[in-house]
Design a protein around this ligand. Structure first.
Ligand code: ATP
Ligand code: MG
Length: 426
């Protein structure tokens, strides 16, 4: 709090002078305690949006009100991005897709409707009084996510909170309390009333988090994944040609983690860059065509289908349902479609034009395709993995050589030596 003290006290005094209370709340309080505070400050206040706007004008560097319908006024002050939201007490009815915003009258009510106890702590300003009615600080110390009230009531009010439990588990590396997991399991199908966009946003944050395996395991184990990304649990059922259980699901999580490692190594010494959702998600779903392809093969309805083509199609359909942008859909499906291509490469077995075609087909996704394909070079057979890796080294070397060659070609003059001598008369 030392770092944010000045700006927070200044703002608190402004609100106090106008007869309103102001409280730093939610994410920044939690993150400050964890020593990972970012540049975003969220506040809650007794003041209504018009009053908040007036108080911010003349103090902040810029003010915006795109969140006004939800009671939120935003501003920038120096490096800080600040959002101030009027006390709320909103609830979902079981079948409604939009939250009804109702203003509350006090901090206790506002904190009580928050998703998890670690997000339901506040610091009242000025004066910096720590408010923690639900024992968030203890849960933070034990690294566990609990709801302020009964989890069943909380998830009834807003089923998205079930997704948020998995997302925060992935971001913070926390456990989810057993009674919360039980409620998620019992109520998983309630997620269907939530809009695809809100589900998508939580999924993106989960996949881009430091511990995605933790969040994904929760989604799968509670049955939430079966509602929002059914292709993922389906991977657990995949069996190999001898009808032995073959854990494509476990493999997919491993490839995702390998892709994260590669991402970090490529980012270099400047530390981690922003996580790339596209390559991470592609790694997670790269094999989702497998179960379906296998089924086709077994019932003889088609003679042969590459799981890459089937997978790319399935990815497109799922991402469309989750309202991803056309650009994101194209990028991920292209990666899934191309991830097997290099297996036909062998040791230098491709002609130059085949290598060029690989580069051309990958287009803007070449760098990501390198990451995905290399991450996929994992198998329990270490000799095989090593061989795959060497093969890909060789392909990347050929790609670099060709690129260099093409650069030289483009520098070569249109006339050859003889023609130049002829033109110059020498
Ligand atoms: P980050 O911004 O880093 O993703 P955050 O904790 O700030 O994390 P937000 O989604 O920005 O998360 O939400 C801000 C705060 O608002 C949360 O800390 C939580 O207290 C509350 N909140 C947000 N969404 C919900 C919800 N669906 N139900 C209950 N409380 C919520
Ligand atoms: Mg936030």
């Amino acid at each position: 709090l030392a770092r944010i003290g000045v700006v927070v006290d200044e703002l608190g005094e402004r609100f106090e002078a106008a007869g309103h209370s102001l409280h730093l709340v939610g994410g920044p309080v939690r993150d400050a305690m964890l020593g990972r505070l970012q540049d975003d400050l969220d506040f809650t206040t007794s003041a209504h949006p018009d009053a908040v706007e007036r108080l911010l004008k003349g103090w902040a560097d810029a003010v915006w009100d795109i969140g006004r319908a939800f009671g939120t006024i935003g501003c920038r002050k120096g490096d800080w991005t600040i959002e101030i939201t009027t006390f709320r007490s909103e609830a979902y009815s079981a079948d409604s897709r939009k939250p009804e915003v109702a203003y509350g009258t006090d901090l206790a009510g506002d904190l009580g409707r928050r998703d998890f106890t670690v997000n339901a702590m506040a610091v009242s300003v000025p004066g910096r009084v720590f408010e923690d009615p639900f024992g968030g600080i203890g849960d933070l110390a034990h690294r566990v996510l609990r709801t302020p009230g009964r989890p069943e009531d909380s998830f009834s009010d807003d089923p998205l909170r079930m997704m948020r439990a998995a997302r925060f588990a992935a971001q913070l590396g926390f456990d989810v309390a057993p009674e919360v997991v039980a409620a998620m399991t019992a109520m998983a199908e309630r997620i269907d009333v939530i809009s695809a966009e809100r589900v998508r946003d939580e999924l993106v944050k989960l996949v881009c988090a430091p511990y995605p395996r933790r969040g994904l395991a929760l989604l799968v184990d509670t049955g939430l994944a079966a509602r929002v990304l059914p292709e993922l649990p389906a991977l657990q059922l995949e069996r190999d040609e001898h009808h032995r259980h073959k854990d494509v699901y476990e493999h997919s999580l491993t490839v995702l983690e390998q892709a994260m490692d590669l991402e970090e190594r490529l980012a270099g010494p400047d530390g981690p860059g922003t996580p790339d959702f596209i390559v991470r998600f592609a790694a997670l779903v790269h094999d989702i065509g497998k179960p379906r392809t296998r089924r086709f093969l077994e019932d003889g309805s088609v003679t042969f289908h590459h799981h890459d083509v089937v997978g790319a199609k399935m990815v497109r359909k799922r991402m469309k349902a989750l309202r991803f942008s056309g650009e994101q859909i194209e990028a991920v499906s292209k990666l899934v479609e191309l991830h097997l291509r290099f297996h036909g490469y062998g040791d230098g077995g491709w002609t130059d034009s085949a290598v060029r075609r690989y580069v051309r087909d990958a287009g803007d996704e070449l760098q990501r395709l390198h990451i995905l394909t290399r991450a996929d070079c994992t198998t329990r057979n270490r000799r095989k993995a090593e061989r795959l890796r060497r093969t890909y080294d060789d392909l990347e070397r050929r790609i670099a050589e060709l690129a260099e060659q093409e650069e030289l070609d483009s520098m070569r003059p249109d006339l050859d030596g003889n023609q130049i001598m002829e033109v110059l008369g020498i």
